[in-house]
Design a protein around this ligand. Structure first.
Ligand code: CA
Length: 222
């Protein structure tokens, strides 16, 4: 189920959208201010953001700029009552992926959202940056600052799983399954050993790998 962050301060419209999107099978978090949108975005892994431009605190443009200055390529669908070409161009300049002018019909919103999700799933960004750490998908290379991190196979596999889910908890069992083959005889602490080595490598200004007790690990956003 795709998790969507809805940022809309108009209570009636927000209620309607939450009902519509929930019925359509999305998992929705709804907030009414720019500040709440940014704090949710910082900790949540959203498949897309539906963003109203006219918010009570920050403008939607500020939210968009912040989201784009972060490493995430989370697609953003902007909602606006303003029909001016300026806002549209400005929004696209700031990194909006699509635009919908209010008032709009429910099927149109759903169609745009589906298209955005399809695009972002089909075409992931070529690299992921978390603070000073960069992961290049094409060749699987990790860099810390300008330096190439030369990682043994298992450490690389662990870090890759964490970095592509940055900001979210990766469950221990899942991580172990992805890193070790099913038929391998792996000691109970093997994963901790690799995590420990990675923490040392990242210690000089890289992001932190947090242990989430009883669950797994999370690479923290910076
Ligand atoms: Ca508004």
């Amino acid at each position: 189920m795709s998790r969507i962050l809805l940022v809309e301060d108009d209570a009636a419209l927000a209620r309607g959208l939450v009902a519509l999107l929930t019925q359509s099978g999305y998992d929705i978090d709804a907030v009414t201010t720019g500040a709440a949108a940014l704090s949710h975005h910082a900790v949540g892994a959203y498949a897309a953001i539906v963003l109203d431009l006219g918010l009570p605190d920050l403008s939607g443009f500020d939210v968009l700029r912040q989201v784009r200055s972060d490493s995430s390529r989370c697609p953003v669908l902007v909602l606006t009552a303003r029909s001016g070409l300026d806002d549209r161009v400005r929004g696209l300049d700031f990194g909006a992926d699509d635009y919908l002018l209010k008032p709009f019909e429910a099927p149109e919103l759903l169609a745009r959202l589906r298209a955005l999700l399809r695009r972002s799933q089909a075409d992931p960004s070529p690299s992921i940056t978390v603070g000073r750490l960069t992961f290049e998908r094409a060749n699987g290379a990790f860099r810390l600052g300008d330096e190439l991190l030369e990682l043994p196979r298992r450490e690389r596999a662990v870090l890759e799983q964490l970095v592509i889910r940055v900001g979210t908890i990766v469950l221990r069992e899942k991580l172990a399954d992805m890193v070790f083959g099913l038929n391998e005889d792996v000691g109970p602490n093997a994963l901790e050993v690799y995590i420990g080595r990675l923490r040392k490598r990242l210690a000089s200004g890289g992001p932190h790998i947090r242990t989430v007790r009883g669950l797994g690990y999370m690479l923290e956003r910076m």
